[in-house]
Design a protein around this ligand. Structure first.
Ligand SMILES: [Zn+2]
Length: 65
């Protein structure tokens, strides 16, 4: 078993880009999720919320640094 201190995780949201609907690679770090579309260059922070209807993905692309 390997101990990893980094909290960085990466996953892909299928058709997750709100602009071009391409698969959206998401990197989750200690500061939160960050996504950059490799197709159109859209950048944003996807927030995954668990609801009674399943997972809901919302985006905050107006976040200030
Ligand atoms: Zn895109």
């Amino acid at each position: 078993m390997t101990e990893v201190h980094s909290q960085t995780r990466e996953y892909t949201l299928p058709e997750g880009c709100p602009v071009c609907e391409s698969d959206l690679p998401v990197r989750v770090t200690a500061t939160g999720p960050n996504a950059v579309c490799t197709h159109c260059g859209w950048m944003g922070r996807p927030f995954i919320t668990v609801t009674h209807n399943g997972l809901r993905v919302s985006y905050d692309d107006t976040a200030r640094a």
